[in-house]
Design a protein around this ligand. Structure first.
Ligand code: PPS
Ligand code: ADP
Length: 200
């Protein structure tokens, strides 16, 4: 860890409230969390497409993509997952500060790490969405064949198999992808954004 004693925060002239006044949206992060195969990426893409089509400024940060670049040095140990989420929350904060609506699609299995991410945002700007789906259904979907590999021991520390997932205790939203189709889940997120004046 670097010594940050001689680093000072520089307040920018143009602020987030200034940017908000010029637009019909409020920068925020929609933080999707759930097991592998629960539907985070699919839902994030569908919500982003709906927002984009309606003219809103959005950006999607997705687990697999970020782990190919910014976080390519990180493994799936508890410590590295924490660092993964810490960096992502910092990037999400920058995008939200630019007044974008950011969607993040990461397993983010630990409550403490999600809670640390939440603390970086204003209370109405961090929308935790639990993408709920049982392990059995995620495993039967197995869109990338990863559960099969995890069960056969090829992938160690796989979330839900031999690495923990801690479901949110009080998320802003729960979308149940086992019970509801993609369109219903997408509408649920969009309606929440309207109700909370994130989009106008
Ligand atoms: N051991 C292990 N456990 C869980 N997931 C694994 C693992 N190894 C690789 N993958 C693939 O990496 C994706 C999850 O990355 P994340 O950055 O979202 O994980 S985490 O938030 O740091 O826990 C995850 O993507 P999703 O299936 O979209 O969730 C997998 O494709
Ligand atoms: N309501 C739903 N919402 C999102 N995905 C769903 C839903 N119902 C079924 N699915 C399917 O579940 C799978 C989820 O895969 P993916 O989005 O990659 O999950 P994750 O990003 O959480 O690993 C996809 O094949 C998708 O078509």
């Amino acid at each position: 860890m670097k010594n940050q004693t001689h680093i000072f925060w520089h307040q920018t002239t143009v602020t987030k409230p200034d940017r908000e006044k010029q637009s019909s949206q409020k920068g925020a992060v929609i933080w999707l969390t759930g097991l592998s195969g629960s539907g985070k990426s699919t839902l994030a893409n569908c919500v982003e497409a709906a927002l984009f089509a309606a003219g809103y400024q959005t950006y999607l940060l997705d687990g697999d993509n970020i782990r190919n670049g910014l976080n390519r040095d990180l493994s799936f140990s508890e410590e590295d997952r924490r660092e993964n989420i810490r960096r992502i929350s910092e990037v999400a904060k920058l995008f939200a500060d630019s007044n974008s609506i950011v969607l993040t699609a990461f397993i983010s299995p630990y409550r403490a790490d999600r809670s640390a991410a939440r603390k970086k945002f204003e209370s109405d700007e961090f929308i935790e969405v639990y993408v709920k789906c049982s392990l059995a259904v995620c495993e039967s979907r197995d869109p990338k064949g990863l559960y099969k590999k995890a069960r056969s021991g090829i992938i160690p520390s796989f979330t839900g198999i031999d690495s923990p997932y801690e479901p949110p205790e009080s998320p802003e939203l729960i979308v149940d992808t086992e019970q509801q189709d993609l369109e219903t889940c997408t509408n649920q997120v969009i309606q929440y954004l309207k109700d909370k004046n994130i989009i106008r």
